[in-house]
Design a protein around this ligand. Structure first.
Ligand SMILES: Cc1ncc(COP(=O)(O)O)c(C=O)c1O
Length: 474
């Protein structure tokens, strides 16, 4: 069983026997299989094969069932300061003892919530100064959608309802945010309707769709797709463009440099709100505090989650520009929106401590000046591998494109699941990466060491070799 069990059992008590550990594991799996429905999991598969029980985490590693795995996904892009930091546990315990909970409805606040809102406003670019707290990225984006509708009503343009999103987008799992997602597989099973609510345009995914264009040319063309859609439906009907600076979830799609400034210019020209979903990229992942700074644009609204507390507490935020929040606040009317645990004192205190650690340990600058360039240099060596079409990296976010034919950028049929096979082969070598449909996504904790980056590259090279050999033999 895991080393953690051994650590916890030190002291006067004799360590649990292997039989006791096996029985404890079997109990967890049994209860889970019977009663727990998992997100983004095939429930039937879980009935047939027991769930993997993860029960400890430290630094860049997660532990469970006797395994210790380097998590190059930082728990879905959350755990930026690394797992198991006692400072955050202490802040959580102190805050719980001081004030376990009170809500923030009807004009009540608490000290860490006010401090955190001010800290976010100070870090956020431009006039993004007003913060609404929620509990997940989906809720932050859902809040954005509702407040955008309110904004346009207040501005006397209630017809502006359409949201422009992009293929390969991921903005969440609530009904409205699911409609923003750029894969029909996320709409169909639940009967999510996009018609009249959301229009999807092309993603700035040069590797797959750029053809003979240079990345710069393609970036402009992808931005222009937004303007074409605006003209097709009429600017007076468009409320906002909703976009992740890097589309992480569905492939670590890093847009060409020409893309973002042009998207911003198009939004300004047609007076359309621009929402940057920085749920993954926010708080340093690209080597700047926010990816808007990396790509040189300024949004009217920004959503944040994951890295806000490094995943130690469920907390998210919608950050609004002064112009936007002034319109929301110009009329004396209760904002009919909120979550019971918005601005939770424990979550906000933990997030504050997390931001303090990022600053004191200079973890964002480290990505820009040290570990980011090292990660990029080492990872791009994999481009020489016959299975790798492209390695794209920004800060500590990377996509490794699997290619059947490198010259023509042809992909393997998705059903073949080559990315899944490489992911499993990497896992067998102690490494977690995320297969995302012919691409492997990586976004390791900011505290990753050079030796750990070397381990990632070596494990991936071996995994790629193994699957390449198997494909050649089949
Ligand atoms: C860019 C982006 N936006 C929104 C979300 C939704 O966040 P949550 O799962 O916390 O609701 C995610 C989750 O992965 C995301 O990557």
């Amino acid at each position: 069983m895991s080393s953690d069990h051994r650590t916890r059992s030190s002291g006067r008590m004799p360590p649990p026997t292997p039989e006791a550990l096996r029985a404890a594991l079997a109990r967890v799996q049994r209860l889970d299989q019977r009663h727990h429905m998992h997100p983004f999991t095939d429930p039937r598969a879980l009935v047939q094969a027991p769930p993997f029980v993860m029960d400890a985490a430290q630094g860049c590693y997660v532990m469970g069932q006797g395994l210790r795995l380097l998590d190059a996904m930082a728990g879905l892009g959350c755990v930026n300061i690394g797992y198991g930091r006692p400072e955050l546990a202490e802040v959580a315990a102190e805050t719980m003892k001081q004030m376990s909970f009170y809500h923030s409805f009807a004009g009540v606040t608490n000290p860490p919530a006010a401090e955190l809102a001010a800290r976010i406003a100070a870090l956020a670019p431009g006039a993004l100064n007003r913060v609404f707290f929620a509990n997940s990225g989906s809720e932050a984006n859902e809040t954005a959608i509702k407040l955008i509708n309110l904004y346009w009503r207040r501005r006397g343009q209630p017809g502006r309802r359409l949201l422009i999103s992009r293929d390969f987008a991921y903005h969440g799992s609530t009904v409205a945010t699911s409609a923003l997602n750029g894969l029909t597989a996320m709409h169909k099973p639940f009967g999510i309707r996009t018609v009249g609510h959301v229009a999807h345009v092309a993603s700035p995914f040069w590797y797959r769709f750029g053809g003979d264009l240079t990345p710069e040319e393609f970036g402009k063309r992808a931005a222009d797709a937004i303007e074409h859609k605006i003209m097709e439906v009429g600017p007076q009907n468009v409320a906002a463009v909703f976009a992740e600076p890097i589309q992480c979830t569905l492939g670590a799609i890093i847009p060409p440099e020409s893309y973002w400034p042009r998207v911003e210019a198009i939004c300004r020209k047609h007076e359309i709100l621009l929402v940057a979903d920085e749920v993954v990229t926010g708080f340093g992942r690209t080597g700047r505090w926010f990816a808007q700074e990396t790509f040189g644009f300024q949004a009217d609204l920004m959503t944040l989650a994951k890295g806000l507390s490094s995943g130690y507490q469920p907390i998210s935020a919608l950050v609004m520009s002064d112009d936007f929040s002034d319109v929301i606040g110009e009329q004396s009317e209760v904002l009919q929106h909120g979550f019971t645990t918005s601005a939770h004192p424990v979550a906000t205190a933990v997030a504050l401590k997390n931001l303090q650690i990022l600053e004191e340990e200079k973890l964002v600058t480290r990505i820009a000046d040290d570990i980011g360039p090292y990660f990029a240099a080492r990872l791009t060596t994999l481009e020489q591998h016959p299975l790798v079409g492209e390695v794209r990296v920004s800060g500590l976010i990377a996509g490794i494109e699997i290619a059947e034919d490198k010259a023509s950028r042809r992909q393997y049929p998705v059903d073949l699941g080559v990315d899944q096979l490489v992911g499993q082969a990497a896992l067998a070598r102690g490494l977690i990466v995320r297969p995302a449909g012919n691409v492997l996504v990586l976004c390791p904790p900011f505290v990753i060491s050079r030796a750990e980056v070397d381990f990632i590259v070596d494990a991936l090279a071996e995994a790629l070799d193994q699957i390449h050999t198997a494909l050649m033999a089949s």
